[in-house]
Design a protein around this ligand. Structure first.
Ligand code: LIP
Length: 263
């Protein structure tokens, strides 16, 4: 049985170590391993995941890692697993835009599924660390946080994510066109993990994206729930791929009435 408090300490330590590497390299040239029109994979993504994996293994040698830069084959059958995005917002980071984070979640088996028990999202550029243990209040740098109580869309600030596939870009474009006239402001920031934590601490009232991966959202989703919000998510085709609507729990119905993209 893994003690959540001990797992949280290990996850925060690993996140801060990878965050220090990101901070040191923000303004330096970065080696690109792979690139296509809507995505970039950096050598630093791989190096950060290796650093995180080593750090977590020191505390929990038998818990495998399911990460963006590599999935331990034991992760699917395990009783517990780490879900890791070493650099969430890689395109931002590659361009020197200081809006990216490390995301680490601990999931435990719950029958045929997995349940997220611990979540850490660390923004090394603002030194902001969001943490949550299921059933306890979410925190930002140790202080309790809570979602907003806004009920009116025309007063809401909503974040949209524009993922990588044409299908998900079409969905986001439809949301953009529909919501622009109904909300106070839309924001497109390029990191799912930070968009979720911004909902959790009340900077955003909601965040919508289709086509993100489990490692982008596992930790942030728990942090939203532990801050009193709602983390609606549905699995899509493809490896650990999801559509999500995270919100303060008061706006989902109004957001659900938005137009659907032409299939
Ligand atoms: C990113 C997400 C973002 C999404 C991007 C990408 P990555 O994750 O955080 O919300 O729009 O397409 O998936 O690839 O930087 O870890």
């Amino acid at each position: 049985m893994i003690r959540s408090a001990k797992a949280l300490v290990a996850a925060e330590e690993a996140a801060r170590a990878a965050g220090a590497l990101m901070r040191a390299h923000l303004r330096r040239p970065k080696r690109v391993n792979e690139a296509n029109q809507h995505d970039i994979k950096l050598e630093l993504d791989v190096r950060c995941q290796k650093l995180i994996t080593r750090s977590l293994a020191a505390a929990f040698p038998n818990v495998p890692v399911l990460g963006e830069e590599g999935i331990d084959e034991k992760a699917e059958a395990a009783e517990a697993r780490w879900v890791v995005d070493p650099i969430d917002g890689t395109v931002n980071f590659a361009y020197g835009i200081p809006h990216a984070a490390v995301s680490i979640a601990l999931q435990v088996r719950d029958g045929a599924k997995f349940r997220t028990e611990v979540g850490v999202v660390y923004d090394p550029f603002l030194d902001e660390c969001w943490t949550a243990i299921r059933g306890k209040p979410a925190r930002l740098n140790g202080r309790k946080i809570h979602v907003t109580t806004r009920t009116r869309l025309d007063e809401a600030v909503i974040s949209l994510g524009f993922a990588k596939s044409n299908e998900s870009l079409r969905a986001s474009k439809t949301d953009f066109t529909d919501l622009t006239h109904r909300v106070r402001k839309l924001r497109i920031m390029g990191s799912a993990a930070l968009a979720l934590t911004y909902v959790a601490c009340g900077r955003f009232d909601a965040y919508i994206e289709a086509g993100v991966r489990l490692w982008d959202i596992a930790a942030g989703g728990l942090i939203v729930e532990c801050a009193g919000g709602e983390f609606w998510h549905r699995q899509l085709d493809g490896l650990h791929r999801y559509a999500l609507v995270a919100n303060n729990g008061l706006l989902r119905k109004k957001l659900a009435s938005r137009k659907k993209p032409a299939s």
